[in-house]
Ligand binder design. Structure first.
Ligand SMILES: CCCCC/C=C\C[C@@H](/C=C/C=C\C/C=C\CCCC(=O)O)OO
Ligand SMILES: [Fe+2]
Length: 661
């Protein structure tokens, strides 16, 4: 018994406070004290002292209830701290979520606890009740058959309040989108009258605030070295792989013996690489305003030069068809326009697989599964919940917007993308069916693709480096709460979380390497590292390149309006007529600018301010994580300063702490 000092912090945003009175209880191991309705959390931090006539002992949790007289106004509570008899210093109760309605909310003290860390079962009932409530609020949805599951809900208001944009993000998103669409409407009115006659005419819709790299792309997009470079360090670094044999689909027609000799020489030297877009084969192309669009499934063979340049050797635009002559092969020695059109077809195919497979599926949608499975399976007391929660911010919201505005019926893909109107769903289904656990873990993915140690793969070097930093951070935290492999096996909440992710969220993905149980600390660390890397580095490395590489439309055409060439008699007009028309190009630029711009409301990797963990050890692990991130950031800055083409997409200060755009 005695005098307690209670501090309550409300969110920093204008709409975070509430005029409603809030009743508080202190819950100790020896009793519970009702502090009455001391609190009207209108703004910032409030502090009050109160005499408690009971002996509470160690404080376990704070309970709170918002009283709604006339009007119930949600309150964003950041945290509550208490100091008084029986507490060693200030005891911290993290919240960081909206208090809605008038139900009682329990905030356990911030120390992370697995079930086995609570031998007296002081929190057991609370954990069960919290998960029961979370499973009602966070429900799996379904968007299309054969895909991994989203959160239930079609629009932001359908989402749990804690998952929606806060006002600063909401304002930035809405104002920027409205401005982008207004510009599009004003400048796009003439798009249907004007047309592109020459390739340089695309300059009309080349963004003013373009990046230095976008400028370089405009200047050098026809260059073979830049074409090859993009497979290493461009917007989509996920498809390139070292060849272990000549691809079966690469049928060399008579007269191509020289090429075969060159390919085999590079193969023997271990310097032959390939990019195979077979996933696009047979995808039904879109029809836009009654005009058919076209999709191809190219294969590109490239050679890695001793100086690190990756140069194309041959492009096959479509796979061979039974009973048909072997497809035409395009070579760097072909007439320039023929070779340029072949490369442009590859660029458009790369746009499709990049946006759907590498960016949307392996970035956004996997991150969403991780978030929903965690909210449904781990209580806020759990150390893995505390470790992961900062990496879920806004992901369900941005993905709900993507499903309602980008890949929806009548959305952007249907309006201007060659794989829209259903082809995009087919691609997502195909990509999901071949999505492996290893492909989400850079050390495994880069090994499987033969890119480990390739010096000109800056993506690969930075991904391995960032994976290592995140891995050490996870190991540091896991080491604090799991003292043996058996402790991992015995953690039933953890096992349920892993199963929920693999069996439900990822739709029985165990046959693609995803675990349905966690048998050791090492396996747990690998899995959690994959979760954090996916929500941060994987998305950033496939999101941040859009502005640089797709602003110049011919380098990343969202659609192709003519079929792939079947002869090498190609003119610049053939290329222009194949590329997006002015309206389609304008829409692509608008969306690319909107999505690709650097986000003003951004939390960089590891820089979240929320304090979910109490205690010095977790704080020390987080501090070490931040130090390693800062060192990597500095080293990338120094490296990039001497590079002709800097690679920034995995720079920690550029990587967002979650998927928010
Ligand atoms: C044409 C580019 C498509 C990129 C698809 C890949 C990933 C999804 C994207 C998330 C977008 C989320 C919301 C977009 C909302 C509105 C876009 C503006 C279009 C409009 O409504 O006019 O990752 O960043
Ligand atoms: Fe994105």
């Amino acid at each position: 018994m005695g005098k307690y000092t209670v501090r309550v912090a409300t969110g920093n945003l204008f709409l975070a406070g509430s005029p409603n009175l809030v009743q508080l209880w202190l819950v100790g191991e020896h009793g519970e004290a009702d502090l009455g309705t001391q609190l009207r959390p209108v703004w910032g931090k409030v502090e009050f002292e109160i005499d408690v006539p009971l002996h509470l002992g160690r404080l376990l949790m704070v309970k709170l209830r918002k009283h709604n007289r006339l009007l119930s106004v949600d309150w964003f509570c950041k945290w509550i701290s208490v100091q008084g008899p029986g507490t060693q210093g200030e005891v911290f109760f993290p919240c960081y979520r909206w208090v809605q309605g008038h139900g009682i909310i329990c905030l356990p003290e911030g120390t992370a606890r697995t079930l086995s860390d609570d031998p007296q079962n002081l929190f057991k009932k609370y954990r069960e009740q919290e998960l029961e409530e979370r499973r009602k609020v966070y429900r799996w949805g379904s968007w299309k058959d054969g895909l991994i599951l989203p959160i239930a809900g079609n629009r932001q208001p359908d989402l749990p309040r804690d998952e929606r944009f806060l006002e600063d993000k909401d304002l930035d998103f809405s104002v920027s989108l409205a401005k982008a669409l207004k510009d599009m409407a004003i400048k796009g009115t003439l798009d249907f009258i004007n047309c592109v006659k020459r390739l340089e005419d695309f300059k009309k819709i080349f963004p003013r605030g373009k990046t230095a790299l976008a400028e370089r792309v405009h200047d050098s997009w026809k260059n073979d070295a830049l074409f090859g470079y993009q497979f290493l360090n461009g917007a989509n670094p996920m498809l390139l792989r070292r060849s272990s044999r000549l691809p079966a689909r690469l049928v060399l027609p008579p007269g191509m013996e020289d090429l075969k000799t060159q390919l085999e020489k590079e193969l023997q030297a271990g310097s032959l690489f390939e990019v195979d877009f077979s996933l696009l084969d047979g995808v039904k192309p879109n029809v836009i305003i009654f005009k058919p669009q076209y999709v191809a499934a190219p294969l590109v063979m490239l050679k890695l030069q001793p100086d690190g340049r990756l140069l194309p050797m041959v492009i096959q635009l479509q796979p061979p068809r039974y009973g048909c002559p072997p497809p035409l092969l395009f070579l760097p020695s072909d007439p320039p326009m023929a070779w340029l059109l072949a490369k442009t077809w590859v660029r458009s195919s790369d746009f499709q697989l990049h946006q759907l497979q590498s960016h949307l599926l392996r970035g956004h949608l996997i991150a969403e599964v991780i978030a929903v499975a965690t909210m449904r399976s781990l209580p806020s007391l759990h150390p893995i919940y505390k470790l992961l929660i900062p990496h879920f911010r806004y992901t369900m919201a941005i993905n709900t917007l993507a499903r309602s505005r980008l890949v929806s019926e009548g959305g952007i893909f249907d309006l201007v993308v060659s794989t829209g109107s259903g082809g995009h769903v087919d691609i997502l289904q195909r990509a999901t069916a071949c999505l492996t656990y290893r492909s989400l873990c850079p050390p495994d993915d880069l090994a499987d693709r033969g890119l480990l140690g390739v010096k000109s793969s800056l993506y690969g070097q930075d991904a391995i480096r960032l994976w290592g930093i995140i891995s050490r951070y996870v190991e540091g935290m896991v080491g604090l709460f799991y003292k043996s492999d058996q402790a991992v096996k015995d953690d039933l909440e953890l096992q349920a979380w892993c199963r929920e992710m693999t069996e439900t969220g990822l739709q029985m993905a165990q046959d693609r390497g995803f675990p349905i149980s966690l048998e050791s600390r090492a396996q747990l660390c690998h899995f959690v590292t994959m979760c954090i890397f996916t929500c941060t580095g994987q998305h950033a490395s496939n999101h941040l390149g859009q502005l640089d590489w797709y602003s110049w439309i011919p380098n990343g055409p969202c659609t192709m309006r003519k079929p792939p060439p079947i002869s090498k008699d190609v003119t610049e007009k053939d290329i222009v007529d194949s590329l997006p028309n002015l309206h389609q190009a304008h829409m692509q630029k608008t969306v690319t600018d909107f999505l690709g711009r650097r986000q003003p409301v951004m939390v960089a990797l590891g820089q979240h301010e929320e304090k979910y963990f109490s205690g010095p050890e977790p704080q020390a692990v987080l501090r070490q994580f931040r130090e390693e991130l800062a060192a990597m950031d500095k080293e990338i800055e120094v490296r990039n300063a001497v590079l002709d083409l800097p690679y920034e997409y995995l720079r920690p200060s550029m990587v967002e702490n979650s998927v928010t755009i």
